[in-house]
Design a protein around this ligand. Structure first.
Ligand SMILES: Cc1ncc(COP(=O)(O)O)c(C=O)c1O
Length: 463
């Protein structure tokens, strides 16, 4: 550990903590302090500079805010390794400057990487030769993998047949397969009025005609769906029955039945996006259980484990299965057997269920804290969900709010992202509480949002 060469000047107009932070910055820049080098304790540096410990705490916090150093729990403060940061964050440069990212709808970290490490070790030492995983397989993948995943889904209340299951690279890819296999330019797809943005880019590529259906607290309103089916004669209805993105709405058993009946009446196929289906307890049955010959059921392990694995699945009605399989072959031949093998190992070792429980627990804790901080705000949240749908007061313009939050290092998603191309934008934001690295960061971010919401006019937000 270096005891830094530093000095404080009383004649300097900058606050003392800023002088310290600036000097840290210079020494890092000049290479006097190396990546991963441990800084003196707050007390040691305070004694050396003859300032209070609080001043050094503030200086280190300022340096951390600038991305120069990082506090490691129980260990001390270290110079950031920029190379490491580059690899961690190369897909989002904005991440490097933010206090809190609420942008991605993803599960919190609860030990997934350790379980993946273990699973990879088991796979590499398994008696099944790895060569099998490195060879071309049939598009539907290894039969034992499909059986394991189908059984796991059945154990979690989904009527899934291993012979009709296909692995995908996530739900997003599953939707793309369906569109590629079964739609033509100009076909109409009905969906909730606000919905998952991935749908927009996919339908744009295929020149599909997306039409939004009115929603209430339970999602799509049956009467509006009936009218839209009559009017547009759609090819598909795409729907997120559980913890809808972004509105959080979840359909009751009755609503699910009503949606199925209307689609039956107009002979419309349903794309059921069940990506959040296992997050809440005691839910009504998924649509696929009610009408397996009408529903294309899509899910993934993005929310139950981690999105980076890119393992998803799709089950289609019998009549559509072989065409869908050929589409998978056209796209990528098959999902890498290494990935389906990894998921199967996580399932068989019970580590997937263990992580899912941990995720549910962590999200419940975070939700409680978040709702407490945001009390008296107008918002929607459903048990088990990773996100809050937060309405803005009419003192705020949506784009101003997003900008003000970003300026303060907080990233949220604007309602605009979820609005169909011709739709009216609701003044609301999606706040994903699974995304921040830890609860402390989440609380900091929410406090900033809360403070912003309280401002009377956007002009007050100047930093
Ligand atoms: C409703 C919905 N569907 C699909 C996805 C994407 O899932 P995947 O990672 O499996 O592609 C998301 C991601 O947030 C989502 O919210």
């Amino acid at each position: 550990m270096t005891i830094l060469k530093m000095g404080i000047s009383k004649n300097d107009s900058r606050a003392i903590y800023k002088q310290v932070a600036d000097q840290l910055s210079v020494q890092i820049e000049e290479g006097l302090l190396k990546p991963n080098e441990k800084l003196p304790t707050h007390r040691a540096l305070a004694d050396k500079l003859q300032v209070t410990v609080g001043t050094i705490t503030r200086a280190y916090a300022e340096a951390e805010r600038r991305g120069l150093v990082e506090a490691r729990v129980g260990s001390g403060t270290y110079v950031v390794d920029k190379k490491k940061v580059y690899w961690e964050f190369q897909h989002s440069t904005a991440e490097q400057i933010k206090i809190c990212n609420f942008g991605y709808n993803m599960p919190p970290s609860v030990g997934q990487s350790d379980k993946v490490k273990k699973a990879m070790q088991v796979l590499s030492e398994s008696s099944i030769p790895l060569n099998e995983f490195l060879a071309y397989q049939k598009p539907e993948g290894i039969e034992s993998h499909r059986k394991i995943v189908a059984q796991w889904l059945q154990d979690h209340g989904r009527k899934i047949d291993p012979d009709r299951l296909l692995f995908t690279s996530g739900v997003q890819h599953g939707i793309q397969m369906v569109f590629d296999a079964f739609t033509d330019v100009g076909d109409t797809i009905l969906t909730e009025k606000l919905t998952y943005p991935g749908l927009f880019s996919l339908s744009r590529r295929k020149k599909l005609n997306l039409r939004g259906v009115e929603m209430d607290e339970e999602g799509i309103i049956p009467k509006s769906l009936d009218a839209a089916c009559q009017h547009y004669q759609p090819r598909f209805l795409y729907v997120i029955p559980t913890l809808q993105n972004p509105t959080t709405s979840t359909m009751s058993a009755l609503r699910r039945q009503e949606i199925i009946s209307i689609c039956e009446k107009y002979n419309v196929l349903i794309i059921e996006d069940d990506v959040n289906g296992l997050l809440p307890d005691n839910l009504p049955e998924p649509l696929v259980n009610l009408d397996p010959e009408r529903v294309l059921h899509l899910g993934s392990f993005s929310k139950y484990f981690a999105p980076g694995l890119r393992v998803g699945y799709i089950q289609s009605p019998h009549a559509l299965h072989s065409r869908l399989k050929m589409t998978l072959k056209d796209h990528s031949w098959m999902l890498s057997p290494l990935l389906s093998g990894l998921i199967c190992e996580l399932i068989c070792s019970k580590n997937l269920d263990w992580i899912l429980d941990k995720i549910r627990h962590e999200v419940a804790q975070r939700a409680q804290i978040a709702l407490n901080i945001l009390q008296r705000c107008v918002l929607k949240y459903q048990h088990g969900g990773f996100h809050i749908w937060l309405s803005l007061p009419d003192t705020w313009r949506l784009s101003d709010f997003i900008h003000a939050a970003e300026q303060r290092g907080v990233v949220v998603k604007s309602a605009e992202n979820f609005t169909l191309p011709a739709g009216t934008v609701t003044p609301a934001i999606r706040v994903s509480i699974g995304c921040p690295s830890n609860r402390k960061q989440m609380m900091q971010g929410l406090t900033i949002l809360k403070e912003l919401l309280k401002l009377n006019t956007p002009c007050d937000f100047a930093l």
